[in-house]
Design a protein around this ligand. Sequence first.
Ligand code: SAH
Length: 509
Amino acid sequence: MKKGFVYLVGAGPGRADLITVRGAEVLKAADCVLCDKLANPALLRFAGKDTEVLHVPKRIGEGSSTQDDINRLIVEKALAGKTVVRLKGGDPCIFGRASDELTVLNEAGIGFEVVPGVTAGVGMAAYAGIMLTDKNHSSQVMFVTGHEATGKQHTAIDWDVLGKFSGTIVFYMGIGNLDSITQRLIENGMSEDTPAGLVANATFPTQRVVKASLNTISEECKRQKVESPALVVIGAVANSDDQLNWFMKKPLFGRNIVITRDVAGNIDFADKIIDRGGNPIQFATIKIKPMTDSNEFLLTLAKLSQYDWIIFTSGNGVTTFFYALEELGKDARAFGSAKVAAIGRMTANKLTEFGIRADFVPDVFTGRELGRQLIGFANLHDKKILLLRSAIASNELVEVLTDGGAQVDNVAVYTAAEEKSDSAWLAEGLAEGTIDWVTFASPSSVDGFFGQIDTDLVNSGKVKVASIGPVTSGRLEELGIAVDVTAAEHTIDGLLNAIEHEEIHNGFS
Ligand code: SAH
């Protein structure tokens, strides 16, 4: 049998899109991914959906694998002919046990490639605005493990050199030993008031920075209850200008924002939140169920080109429709000369992903208004119109178009079913006030959410509510929910703009 191949890949410091292009590429080709504890699980989206994923933390006592177990597993998968990606946090060659794993592969005659990653110390520097080699302060950097700092026994660390070092020292794995690290540096001649900084969860929306001096940093971290993973920076650059900390200044930085769409919609939304520094909390309340195997849909598809206008009212409708078209071996030519209308820019943008530029895109949010505008735009008398939408859409649009003299076929391409998931953790977060925002992008997600979460928990004043538009806000108000912001532009970006605006002008921080 053909032997497999192993890619040892640096996952980057945390945030998923800080992986290298090469890293993402080889993930795409992987049959099997062995994922390290520090590698962001969100990276697995770069892998195919049939890729086998194994999480292999190597801490003893967690009922988990030792380094030997991991080595054996990698070899076993590769000998079975698989393309294996071993995904490690940061860079695999910086405190990453790379040589252990590669030596074993060599012995087994298995080919490998090492893909570098942004090591945590470098990612931290960019995201906390701590310039490791600031020309005015430091001409040298040392990466040191803080793991070996305890006890007076033999250590591979040159504490005497470190104590006299005038550059920047970055300690990995140091937070548990911070007392000993600072003490040893001071014992070896470093001044007690040398600037010191600690960055935890670097590059994540949960990033924290603590700054103090060498003799107070440990106490300060205990007081602020900072937890691992964290890096310790010692040297003049640690006393950096807070203005350079661009990441933590983002208006949504650290905000815990609940997304209540379907799973696929949540992923896009989550990326946009991360982009603005926020922490997306995914709670899928609805499941999009295609209805494209119905006879009605299949018959409609066969005569698409006979329509004068085809109308899409949501991104979900577009996606479900085109997936079905593709499965039947067809493409957008099935539209023939029919014109296409899309309600809202979000729907129109989805259409362009499938190669269709909509002929008419009213920025409206009710069926009635869309109908009115379309009648104003084109003479619909005796025209054949096809609506491709959700099974639970209101009848308003059909009525307006029919009144305008059009012949309307209304065909369901999907329906939104409620999705029940474990909600106890979310209820707890809402009660404790650790959640900043709950967002709603459709009336069905409102229903799905409050089918599981008590309205009182949201009306407590501890959390704010954001809605994508008046229809969704209307549904919330019917349930007695106070809506804090309704997006002026009814897209996910519009929703986030509205939240950002509220945070800037009336934020809690
Ligand atoms: N190979 C990794 C380091 C592994 S050692 C790399 O190149 O980054 C594990 C240590 O890395 C942790 O104890 C912590 O000190 C540091 N670390 C990793 N990710 C981190 C993060 N997102 N924020 C702060 N420290 C991190």
